[in-house]
Design a protein around this ligand. Structure first.
Ligand code: FAD
Length: 286
């Protein structure tokens, strides 16, 4: 298995981006402004802002995106289509276009428990096709990719075919779910190359600052925490500094390895904190 031969990915210009979630409180808004200004100094290609499935953060995502864009670096809203109508999505796209937004992260999303799924989209490929149909080439469309396989996929091959449907529908780039197994990423981009998928697949990076929440979240989204990592993290118990030092070393070496083998950039899931991401980037030879 030639898992480190990522030639197609080397043809792409490297992209660096930082993801935020829209703050719920005034305090959160002020905090995010500080985080944004710290990370903006690194001149990323864009900041992205998540969107609660079913539209629960619609206004807050919009406000955060417009605020970031007004400060000079591109902002890319996430947009999930599950439980949405075409009219709803059309209105959101028009609002973004009218506000000078030209990048978007197009997703299916997950139906929140208790919410009915009545909507006009089933999968993200349908959203990508709809964006292209409605807005032509205006948006630079990013989609999600799962090197460790999406948890609801019937199998890895079908999941890849479904990923390719999004590319065929008009996606320009992909951002992966976070992972700590670099091999899974190398295998995925090799598969892209073999199947004529030539868009950049940017690794999504989750810094490690604590472990209880990381374990819970990874369980839900299908990210594998290798046994040796889990055991080490558990072993640190309440020693937060030890967890952070281990996390920094581990994620730095993951990022360096990905970049050294041709990854076309990195997308950081910042969790609205600047320090962990800055520490990793500071350690990297870019
Ligand atoms: P899809 O690409 O539609 O895939 C979902 C599942 O359906 C997969 O198992 C796939 O194999 C299968 N599938 C796809 N197409 C077909 C088809 N045509 N026929 C049969 N099966 C199919 N969630 C949010 O709610 N808000 C966010 O802001 C958000 N941001 C994210 C950002 C990134 C970079 C990533 C990686 C994920 C993000 N998510 C977000 C989570 C995402 O919404 C979930 O992982 C969701 O379960 C799948 O979304 P998707 O766009 O990958 O869906």
């Amino acid at each position: 298995m030639q898992t480190q031969k990522t030639h197609t990915q080397k043809n792409h210009t490297q992209m660096f981006s930082f993801e935020f979630y829209p703050p719920k409180t005034e305090e959160g808004v002020v905090g995010l402004q500080t985080v944004h200004s710290q990370l903006a100094k690194l001149k990323p290609d864009f900041f992205s802002v998540t969107f609660g499935a079913g539209g629960s953060t619609r206004d807050k995502t919009f406000d955060t995106v417009v605020d970031i864009q007004s400060k000079g670096i591109a902002a890319a809203p996430h947009l999930s289509c599950v439980a949405s109508t075409k009219a709803n999505i059309r209105a959101i796209l028009n609002d973004y276009r009218d506000n000078g937004i030209s990048k978007i992260v197009a997703l299916r999303g997950d139906i929140p428990s208790g919410m009915m799924s009545a909507g006009e989209f089933r999968y993200a490929n349908e959203l990508v096709a709809f964006i292209r149909q409605e807005t032509g080439g205006h948006f630079d469309i990013h989609v999600a990719a799962y090197p460790e396989v999406h948890p609801q996929a019937a199998n890895a091959n079908d999941d890849f075919k479904n990923f390719k449907r999004k590319v065929d529908a008009g996606a320009n780039a992909a951002i992966t779910q976070y992972f700590y197994n670099a091999e899974a990423y190398f295998y995925f981009v090799d598969k892209c190359e073999k199947n004529g998928v030539d868009i950049p697949v940017v690794p999504g990076i989750m810094p490690i600052t604590q472990y209880a929440q990381l374990f819970r979240f990874s369980e839900m989204c299908g990210a594998d925490i290798p046994r040796w990592m889990r055991k080490r993290l558990e072993g640190y118990g309440d020693d937060r500094e030890a967890v952070q030092a281990f996390g920094l070393e581990l994620v730095t070496s993951l990022c360096q390895r990905l970049l050294d083998h041709g990854a076309p950039g990195l997308h950081f899931y910042t969790m609205n904190q600047a320090t962990p991401t800055l520490a990793i980037l500071d350690n990297l030879t870019l």
